[in-house]
Ligand binder design. Structure first.
Ligand SMILES: [Zn+2]
Length: 309
């Protein structure tokens, strides 16, 4: 499981940072990629990665500001031009209005897609669990921005314990149906009378990962709730230390506030994105250094950077 950042800038693109988008790559888990936000130029950034647009099965939108959604019509149209590839449906989750934005853009531009889009719109009253699949559950909660904006908590379900085949062989269990029984938790007795306790040969279930991806927001308790015990928290850092007042006025956070959220939530790792073009590279190291005084495991991400979870 990896996160690849496609756009880490705030508001408008700069040479180094495109506007918001990131890909949660779940290739080993479910052979899918989930996009979070889709700012203008996201499809160009994808060209610089190994991500195949057809693998993008779900897109989650945090809010309707242009720097988070203007890439949708282009990405959705290009996704249709994959010759010889099967056209697979796509789900879009986002605030009410996202459907009308996408359908209007496609209609006005005469774009016809050879696959279907299923829209899942929500508002303040329909948040909470927004998706449950065999392996993942996704929750959304309202944040505190200048327009309705949400954060997402992606929870992988716990992974079943695996069978230790080598250990079983060493214990004299013949490969075959007995393996299946033991894997299902059944104790068995071998022909020579040896008792095999299934629990001794199955590793303990592993807890699933928790990934929290927030939209633009002031510091708010909702962020902390979404990030409780998260393996990774992706939080905006539009402003730096000392800019708390201006951050509040513009509906954003500073690096220090993001670090406070990570600390309060007991998250394991904090990745800062939505970085203003005002920050030069020396400022970026300062952003990290200052935030680390509150939450040590913090990193300011770059476009195209890939982080293993
Ligand atoms: Zn915004």
């Amino acid at each position: 499981m990896d996160i690849q950042f496609l756009g880490t800038g705030a508001g408008q693109p700069s040479k180094a940072r495109n506007v918001s988008s990131l890909a949660l790559k779940l290739l080993d888990e479910i052979n899918e990629v989930w996009l979070f936000d889709c700012g203008e130029g996201t499809q160009n950034r994808i060209l610089e990665t190994t991500i195949r647009p057809r693998k993008v099965s779900k897109i989650f939108i945090t809010h309707l500001h242009g720097d988070h959604i203007f890439g949708l019509p282009g990405f959705l149209s290009s996704r249709a031009f994959q010759a010889n590839e099967e056209q697979t449906d796509l789900d879009i989750y986002g605030p009410q209005g996202i459907k009308s934005f996408v359908l209007t853009s496609l209609r006005v531009s005469g774009s016809r897609l050879p696959y279907r889009i299923h829209f899942h719109e929500f508002d303040q009253n329909s948040l909470g669990k927004i998706l449950e699949t065999e392996k993942f559950t996704v929750y959304a909660e309202e944040l505190d921005h200048t327009i309705f904006c949400v954060g997402y908590r992606v929870m992988q379900k716990d992974l079943e314990g695996t069978l230790d085949a080598e250990k079983l062989k060493a214990a004299g269990v013949p490969f075959g149906p007995l393996f299946g029984k033991i894997k299902n938790g059944q104790d068995v007795v071998l022909e020579d009378g040896t008792e095999i306790k299934a629990a001794d040969y199955i590793s303990a279930p592993r807890p699933g990962k928790i990934i929290t991806i927030l939209g633009d927001t002031r510091k708010t308790n909702a962020s902390v709730r979404l990030a409780v015990n998260a393996d990774v928290l992706v939080h905006e850092s539009t402003y730096g230390k000392g800019d708390e007042k201006i951050a509040r006025n513009h509906g954003h956070s500073t690096n220090m506030q993001a670090a406070q959220v990570a600390a309060e939530a007991g998250a394991k790792r904090l990745l800062l994105n939505h970085i203003s073009a005002r920050f030069l590279s020396k400022d970026i190291s300062q952003l990290k250094k200052d935030a680390a005084s509150i939450f040590e495991n913090v990193h300011v991400v770059k476009d195209l950077e890939e982080v293993e979870i």
